[in-house]
Every structure is written in structure tokens, then in C-alpha cells.
Write a protein that binds this ligand. Structure first.
Ligand SMILES: Cc1cc2nc3c(=O)[nH]c(=O)nc-3n(C[C@H](O)[C@H](O)[C@H](O)COP(=O)(O)OP(=O)(O)OC[C@H]3O[C@@H](n4cnc5c(N)ncnc54)[C@H](O)[C@@H]3O)c2cc1C
Length: 575
């Protein structure tokens, strides 16, 4: 085993909104720190922050308030949120959006009077979503990347994190084993503080929206390091993924929330609007309700030719639709659909993981020296995330993580020694597939897609979850035995695919176990055998960790630190 080593003060894993904000804030807190950002793709060109279409939720208008944004977030989250984290999100968001505009140079759309334009997003009581047309993420990530390039941050591009390595006494994190994907060689990065910001990403479902580089690596690393994941059963399905037919990567691509927010209709094979049969808010109900309603309607026999439903915008005026949703209209046109005047087939698509690593308001985790931010974390969104709260979450907490790591880390300070046996174990897991003949990875990926879509998807039950858990255990065993043959190590995509599948299957096992454990329906998690929410006052959140290699689930009571079910901060503010 020959492993090169690199030492840095702060190692940031992931270059989305969370990772890049953390790098900039750490440098701001202490410019003398040696900061390294490691990313599985190219900086500024990968991850989901770049893909943000709709926008960024923030209370800016005098008619809106942080309290109102908070209450929308808690009610949307089915009262499972960590309320202090949710408060930190909504309270810091105005500061962060100003930072994006005035320090980083983002241009967001404006009203004729010069104020920032804020649009409607489903599930919210106020139009508070800041945006740049429907390509908001590109604006944010390009400005962030420019600043990271300027600030003397070391970049390790095409480097994937493999495993956390604890210190020799096991009490804290000492290093991260990485893979230089271009050279196919391992690299041990020793750091005084590490940020996990690899952005979750439910790409284990047949239809999914996240970027192809995401395979729940950080969550799998956390599980293997003995850490707990919170609310990992809570997977959000975006109701309107493009259904472009078989054999195209465009299938699953999200058609953004703003379409429904601004008055888009969902219609079935018979051309009938059906959402009001399910919810008084119609198409503007929250994502979980719309996704479930679509699946139910499909099951009742109203499916479109490819097995979905339609979104229609033409009644709003094709010119307006082209103007307000330029990117969406062009993307649909590329696939042969007319969003502005016609109708486009859609299906719910796995979009976001509300669950993730248990973390605190200072972004620290249960493993000393390891911090976490963004979509890799759990607790902020509870059982369901509001559209527009995702990029707010990654930029708010990425910035906080950077501030905290920057102020707590001494340049060239003490550095724990990594446990050599742990390095050997991780190395052997990653490199052993070369000693075995090549297996059919596509067939294994199809198995994973089928299990997760059919049995751990939008509608779940004890039977489906028992089936899924057995099938996932068997798949995990097959993947552990699966080889990549004699192929070389350099930029070996088959090998990367195998590593991705291994991580996705491990996290899928955690999702299925937590979903089986939670015997009520809440937010994104719907059990057909327990279709109602249990008593909100007695709400619990789940935690999953690996015990003897198997997911073990526990329930913890939710602390209503700011508001109890049935109460509202808005009333308290008014009293
Ligand atoms: C199509 C789409 C549209 C969206 N629209 C909106 C919206 O309108 N509003 C909103 O609020 N949210 C939206 N979201 C959600 C939003 O993108 C995420 O909430 C947020 O950007 C996540 O930020 P992050 O920094 O945690 O992760 P990401 O931005 O995904 O970044 C993760 C980074 O980690 C890297 N990485 C992954 N694995 C490894 C590894 N093993 N080693 C090293 N690096 C690794 C990735 O390459 C990437 O650079 C959307 C998501 C999608 C997919």
C-alpha cells in the first residue's frame, strides 16, 4: 500500500454552495490558514447548487417577516425540524443574500422600483423567493467560484473523498482518505478541521434530479465512521420531473416549482385538472402532497403515455411563459416539448434528502474536528423542505462552518495521528475490486433503481419495506463481491461507478430501515399502512447508525424550543 499524504489546516469536501461559502468564510476569519477544497468534479461545474433553478427563500419585504418564514418552514417540515437550526436558517438568510449581492457580485432580478423581485413558491404564505430568471444557481456558483479562485484556496479537483480516518485513540477525525481520480492514486489528507459538504443526493431512485457526481458519498462515509444520520427516511420527491421517455438522461430533470407557483396546471390523460380532488391549494400544495396525489392518480388509471401526468402553462400566455421561464422552455424544446403553449409529460422525481448527519448550530458533529453543512446534514428541514430553502441552507450553514472552523483552527496547530489500521481497511475496500473479474454493474444499478422506486419511494408500507430491506442486503453483498477486472486505475469510470453504487446502497439500507421504523406519515414519508401523522406534540425524529454493519434505528423526542404544535410565532409576535 503506497499512499501519498498532504497536510492542510482546513479540508473542505465538496464545492457547492456549502463548501465554497465555507472556504471563503474560513479565509476571511483567518487569511493565514491553509484551506483546501476537494471536489469530485471541477470546481464551479458540479454539484446541485449550480442546478438551482427557482431561487432562494428570504424574508426581505416589510410585509414579510423572519417569523413568518420560520413558521412556513416548521409547518412544511411536519414539526420534525430542529427549531433552533431552522431559526438560524431563516434569520441568517437576509444577511447571506446581501452578502451574495454586495460582496460576491450576484445580480438577482429586480422590480421596476429597484427592489429585489421575489416570486411565489409552493407551500409558502408569502412570495419570498429571490431569483435570477430560472437559472439562479449558475449565477450563485459562478460568483462563488470566482472568489474561491482569487483567495489562495488550494483546489483538489477530480478528487473524491473515500473514508474518514479517526485518530489512533479513535476520539476524533485525523485524516480523510481521498482518491485522485485522474491518476487513480490514493491521497491521505491530514487536516486540523474537516467540513463534510458533499451534498447528499438521492440518485438511488429511478427518476432523480441531482447532478451525476452525487452518490451520497459523504453520508456513507459518516455511516462507516460510526456516526448517526437523522431523519434519513425523509426523501423529497419533486412533483414535476420531465418524462422524456426511455434512454435519455433528461428524464427525471426537474421542471421547477415556480411553474406551479405562478399558476401552472397539472392535468391527466383525459386533460382534466385533478389536484383539487386531493388538496384545497390545488397545484400550490407542498411537494409531498402533489407528488403523492400524482402517484395516486396514476394508479387509478389516468396516466399519460409514458406513465406520468402533464404540466400545462399555455393558459398564462405563451409569451409570458417564455419570458419568465426561459431556461425551462428551452430545455423542454431541446427534448421536443412545447412548455410555453403545449403540455409536457411529468413524473415525480427524487430531488433532495432532508435527512443527514446530526449537527449543531456551530456546524460541529459528534466526531470532534469534523463539521458538516448543506444537504449532507439533517434537522433543518424536518420532514419536508420548502422549495427555495435548499440553497439558503447550504449558503447559510456553509458560511457559519467557515466562520467557526476559521476561528477555532490555529494555522499549523496540533494535528492528530491517523489510525493506520483504519487507512488499510479503507484502502482495501476501495482497491480490492481490481483483484476480481469485472461484473455487470448496470444490472446492479437497475436492481437498486427498482428496489428504491417500487418499494421505498413515494408510497411505502411494511410489506414493501421488508421486501426492500432483504433485497438491499442481498445487493450490498453482491456489490461487495463485485470486481472491475484488470482495467487501469486512471480515470476509471467503471471503478467510480462501483464506488458510487456501494455508497448509494449503504445509504439506501439506512433509508429503508428508518422508513420501516417510522410508523406514521409525515412530510415526505408516507406509509400506506399508517396514513396519518401521529400526535404532533409527541413527535420524534429518527437516528440511524451502523451496528455490526447493519443499520440500527432509534427515536429521539423533538424539542419544541421556540413554538409548540398548534401555536404560532406570528401570534406571539402580535401579542
Ligand atoms: C435540479 C435542481 C434544482 C434545484 N432548485 C433549487 C431551488 O430552486 N432552490 C433551492 O433552494 N434549492 C434547489 N435545489 C436544491 C439545492 O441545489 C441544494 O439544496 C443545495 O444546492 C445543496 O448544496 P450543497 O453545497 O450541500 O451541495 P452541492 O451543491 O450538491 O455540492 C456538493 C459538492 O460535493 C461534491 N462531492 C460529492 N461527493 C464527493 C466526494 N466523494 N468527494 C469530494 N466531493 C464530492 C460535488 O461534486 C459537489 O461539488 C435544487 C436541486 C436540484 C438538483
Amino acid at each position: 500500500m503506497n499512499v501519498q499524504s498532504l497536510t492542510t489546516d482546513i479540508l473542505i469536501l465538496g464545492a457547492g454552495g456549502a463548501g465554497m461559502f465555507a472556504a471563503l468564510h474560513a479565509k476571511k476569519a483567518n487569511p493565514d490558514l491553509d484551506v483546501t477544497i476537494a471536489v469530485k468534479g471541477l470546481l464551479g461545474k458540479c454539484g446541485c447548487t449550480r442546478m438551482v433553478q427557482g431561487g432562494y427563500n428570504v424574508a426581505l419585504s416589510p410585509q414579510d417577516s423572519v417569523e413568518r418564514h420560520f413558521m412556513d418552514t416548521i409547518e412544511g417540515g411536519g414539526w420534525l425540524n430542529d427549531q433552533d437550526l431552522a431559526w438560524l436558517l431563516v434569520d441568517t438568510a437576509p444577511k447571506r443574500i446581501r452578502e451574495l449581492e454586495t460582496e460576491l457580485g450576484c445580480f438577482f432580478d429586480r422590480n421596476p422600483d429597484g427592489t429585489v423581485h421575489q416570486k411565489a413558491f409552493a407551500g409558502q404564505t408569502f412570495d419570498r423567493t429571490v431569483h435570477k430568471g430560472d437559472l439562479t444557481g449558475i449565477e450563485i456558483i459562478n460568483r462563488l467560484a470566482e472568489q474561491v479562485w482569487r483567495r489562495n484556496v488550494r483546489r483538489l479537483e477530480d478528487h473524491r473523498a473515500l473514508d474518514f480516518i479517526r485518530s489512533t485513540d479513535g476520539s476524533e477525525i485525523a485524516a480523510t482518505l481521498m482518491l485522485d481520480m485522474r491518476a487513480g492514486e490514493p491521497l491521505l489528507v491530514r487536516a486540523r478541521a474537516v467540513l463534510l459538504a458533499t451534498g447528499g443526493g438521492p440518485t438511488m431512485y429511478r427518476y432523480h434530479t441531482p447532478s451525476g457526481d452525487k452518490s451520497c458519498d459523504g453520508l456513507a462515509m459518516a455511516l462507516r465512521a460510526g456516526m448517526s444520520l437523522r431523519d434519513i427516511e425523509m426523501v423529497q420527491f419533486h412533483p414535476t420531473g420531465l418524462l422524456a421517455g426511455e434512454g435519455t438522461r433528461m428524464t427525471g430533470t426537474v421542471l421547477e416549482e415556480g411553474l406551479r407557483g405562478s399558476g401552472g396546471y397539472l392535468t391527466d390523460a383525459q386533460g382534466k385538472r385533478f389536484m383539487f380532488e386531493y388538496d384545497a391549494r390545488g397545484e400550490r400544495a407542498t411537494r409531498d402532497i402533489v407528488s403523492r396525489s400524482i402517484m395516486d392518480h396514476i394508479r387509478k388509471g389516468h396516466a399519460s403515455p409514458h406513465g406520468g401526468v402533464y404540466i400545462e402553462m399555455g393558459h398564462l400566455g405563451p409569451d409570458r411563459v417564455r419570458r419568465e421561464f426561459k431556461g425551462m422552455v428551452e430545455r423542454c424544446q431541446d427534448c421536443g416539448f412545447d412548455l410555453a403553449a403545449g403540455r409536457v409529460e411529468v413524473i415525480p422525481t427524487a430531488h433532495y434528502m432532508m435527512g443527514g448527519v446530526v449537527f449543531s448550530a456551530d456546524c460541529s458533529t459528534e466526531l470532534p474536528r469534523l463539521y458538516a453543512a448543506g444537504e449532507d446534514t439533517g434537522g433543518v428541514h424536518g420532514a419536508n423542505r420548502l422549495g427555495g430553502n435548499g440553497v439558503a441552507n447550504s449558503t447559510v450553514f456553509g458560511g457559519i462552518a467557515g466562520d467557526v472552523m476559521g476561528s477555532r483552527t490555529a494555522p499549523r496547530g496540533t494535528l492528530p495521528d491517523p489510525d493506520k489500521t483504519a487507512i488499510e481497511t479503507a484502502y482495501s475496500r476501495v482497491f480490492s475490486p481490481f483483484s476480481r473479474p469485472r461484473d455487470d454493474l448496470s444490472a446492479m444499478r437497475e436492481r437498486l433503481y427498482d428496489i428504491m422506486w417500487n418499494d421505498v419511494g413515494i408510497l411505502r408500507s411494511a410489506d414493501s419495506l421488508a421486501r426492500a430491506r432483504a433485497a438491499l442486503d442481498s445487493l450490498a453483498r453482491d456489490i461487495a463481491e463485485c470486481g472491475v477486472g484488470e482495467s487501469g486505475h486512471r480515470y476509471n469510470l467503471t471503478w467510480m461507478d462501483r464506488l458510487n453504487l456501494e455508497n448509494l446502497t449503504l445509504v439506501s439500507r439506512a433509508i429503508a430501515a428508518a422508513a420501516d421504523f417510522r410508523r406514521d406519515s409525515r412530510g415526505a414519508h408516507f406509509r400506506e399502512d399508517f396514513p396519518h401523522s401521529s400526535e404532533l406534540d409527541a413527535s420524534t425524529y429518527t437516528t440511524v447508525r451502523l451496528v455490526d454493519g447493519k443499520p440500527s434505528v432509534a427515536a429521539q423526542p423533538v424539542s419544541f424550543t421556540r413554538v409548540r404544535p398548534g401555536q404560532s410565532l406570528l401570534h406571539q409576535a402580535a401579542e
